[in-house]
Write a protein that binds this ligand. Structure first.
Ligand SMILES: Cc1ncc(COP(=O)(O)O)c(C=O)c1O
Length: 405
């Protein structure tokens, strides 16, 4: 039995005091922020606000120090080899765009192949697609099993086509299913592919270890990990980052400029054009430090029990079609009320102050594959309670009564 003190944990989030009548089950979209993160951001703007890397004054030097300390904390958290392997960007989408753009100009040649999976978020499809057609690069897609998990046998077969890049999500934002990332990375590396992991949901589930995973790139967004919006991380092995063409130019990423040519700064600055999100980086590093003081196993166990509770509760309601499997699930349960539109269900939940997401969750190819118009998604976080889940189930039954009346 978990000894996790949920009430103590929850009290650290002002949102739940301010919005005490809401049940927030839209955590895969964005998470609530603990007071410590809000304080760190407010303190930066109130007391320390200054630009980084360019001021002659002490305030700028202090801001630079805090910004670079944030990079070091994050590098340590994900066990990167060097702080320079952490590139700040606006989020997972920006990071994936940078990788796709960067590789398309250096590594990928016409006729090369890229391997994605049927589970991907648009952010891990469209950036590749944007360039593939123009550069004559072919995209292959790994299908799913009957349980909507990655088909590993098909994956192995597709790897025989020698893709130059394999890019997949650590955890599906639609179904919550956790991919066997280590195994998939090892298989891809055996075929000399560059591995890109979309960790937007993965980083929330567990602390990723870059040395163990051994992927070439891993990306995530701060706002899904108790941090602010507008900040994210592109982790890359130093050598891999060096071969990315910068997607943005200007500011600190420059070494020398003339109208004839430009030379670039070293990493990490080469991939961080313009003024970075300084407060965001400090906020994210604060979120990570705060998280390190919480027992991760207790959180995981609490979320596992909540997920099972939600899944069982939904399974007991007649007329619910659950798309997510409860096995190897990171706390996302997606479902439909048979015969009803997902938006109607979500709106009736909204009217009862249950916040969920409805639609195709930025994963249209997955919904085409599942032959569903969309679905309702409940995504759980460590601060959710059993009472939250019970209220959601009760509200859902009320909604179904209204819809079938
Ligand atoms: C799996 C996955 N990848 C990428 C993204 C994009 O993240 P962001 O919008 O923070 O850039 C999301 C956001 O929901 C996601 O869930």
């Amino acid at each position: 039995m978990s000894c996790f003190d949920i009430q103590l944990f929850r009290r650290q989030f002002p949102f739940f005091t301010e919005q005490s009548n809401w049940v927030y089950l839209d955590n895969a979209a964005t998470m609530q922020k603990p007071q410590q993160v809000l304080d760190a951001i407010a303190k930066f703007y109130a007391k320390d606000n200054s630009n980084v890397h360019r001021g002659a004054h002490s305030l700028s030097q202090q801001a630079t120090q805090s910004f670079e300390d944030a990079r070091t904390s994050i590098a340590q958290y994900i066990n990167a080899s060097l702080p320079e392997e952490v590139i700040f960007c606006s989020g997972a989408t920006a990071a994936l765009n940078q990788i796709a753009f960067g590789l398309m100009h250096t590594v990928l040649q016409p006729g090369d192949r890229i391997l994605l999976t049927q589970l991907e978020h648009h952010a891990n499809i469209v950036p590749w697609q944007l360039h593939c057609q123009r550069h004559g690069v072919i995209i292959d897609v790994v299908p799913l099993t009957a349980e909507n998990k990655i088909d590993l046998e098909a994956y192995k077969q597709l790897l025989l086509l020698k893709p130059k890049v394999v890019s997949f999500c650590h955890i599906s934002n639609v179904l919550g299913h956790i991919q066997p990332a280590m195994e998939m990375i090892a298989l891809a590396k055996a075929e000399d592919a560059i591995t890109v992991i979309d960790g937007a949901q993965g980083i929330v589930h567990e602390q990723p270890n870059m040395q163990l995973l051994d992927c070439d790139f891993y990306v995530f967004s701060g706002h899904k990990l108790y941090g602010p919006t507008g900040i994210g991380v592109l982790y890359g092995k130093y050598k891999q980052l060096q071969q990315l063409t910068p997607i943005f130019a200007g500011g600190e990423m420059i070494d020398q400029v003339s109208f004839a040519s430009t030379s670039f700064n070293q990493l990490p600055f080469r991939l961080e054009a313009g003024t970075p999100n300084i407060a965001g980086a400090i906020g994210l590093a604060t979120a990570i430090k705060w998280l390190q003081n919480v027992n991760q196993n207790e959180i995981k166990q609490h979320k596992l029990l909540l997920t099972q509770h939600l899944h069982c509760g939904l399974a007991r309601i007649q007329g619910i079609d659950i798309l997510s499997s409860p096995i190897h699930n990171a706390g996302i349960v997606t479902f439909n009320v048979v015969g009803e539109h997902h938006s109607d269900v979500a709106e009736l939940l909204n009217q009862q102050k249950i916040a969920v997401r409805a639609g195709q969750h930025c994963a249209m190819p997955l919904f085409s594959y599942l032959q569903q118009r969309g679905a309702v998604r409940c995504s759980l976080a460590a601060y959710n309670t059993f009472e939250d889940v019970n209220q959601c189930l009760f509200a859902l039954e009320q909604a179904m009564e209204i819809l079938t009346a």
